[in-house]
Design a protein around this ligand. Structure first.
Ligand SMILES: [Zn+2]
Ligand SMILES: [Zn+2]
Length: 170
């Protein structure tokens, strides 16, 4: 999503509203594949503070991910805020380097939206908070009912302890 900054750059105090779709490429992050079901929607504004441009707004996107417990594919909506200083490369006077640098009279919001996604995406998604997950023994989806496996002697900690006790016997 390219935004024309000509108007807002003219003088301090100017402000433009920025609403539109941002196309994001599917990403792999922390071992998870994220597929964006449709373009993200941005609603916000860019204002001229005199020192820099200030971008504020909200990104709302729809993700296809796998439930961390039962691996079912689910669609989840995620919203997060963007709040960035934008400084033109030609007059870059940003002492702490936090600002987003652009050149010319336009800026592409896709990169900023993607960075915001990485900062805001939760580590885990669940199909529901009380998802029962999969049976660790036979792999059955326990949300569909009990598979009948004995769940009591499969705790890996017990498994490890049992090994130690067995080896003690020798
Ligand atoms: Zn689940
Ligand atoms: Zn089972």
């Amino acid at each position: 999503m390219i935004v024309d900054l000509t108007g807002v750059l003219k003088e301090a105090g100017n402000k433009i509203s920025v609403d539109g779709d941002i196309e994001l490429d599917d990403v792999k992050y922390l071992g998870e594949d994220f597929h964006f079901v449709k373009p993200a929607v941005f609603k916000g504004s860019i204002s001229n503070s005199g020192k820099s441009l200030v971008l504020t707004g909200t990104v709302t996107l729809c993700l296809k991910v796998r439930c961390a417990r039962c691996a079912k594919e689910i669609e989840k909506e995620l919203s997060y805020e963007l709040n960035e200083a934008l400084i033109r490369a030609e007059d870059n006077t940003d002492p702490d380097g936090d600002a987003v640098i652009f050149s010319g009279n336009e800026i592409d919001l896709s990169q900023i939206a993607e960075t915001g996604f990485f900062m805001n995406v939760p580590g885990k998604f669940l199909c529901s908070n009380d998802c029962n997950g999969l049976c660790p023994r036979c792999g059955a989806d326990l949300n569909l009912g009990d598979c009948g496996c004995d769940k009591y002697d499969i705790d890996p900690r017990w498994e490890a302890l049992k090994k130690i006790m067995d080896s003690d016997k020798d």
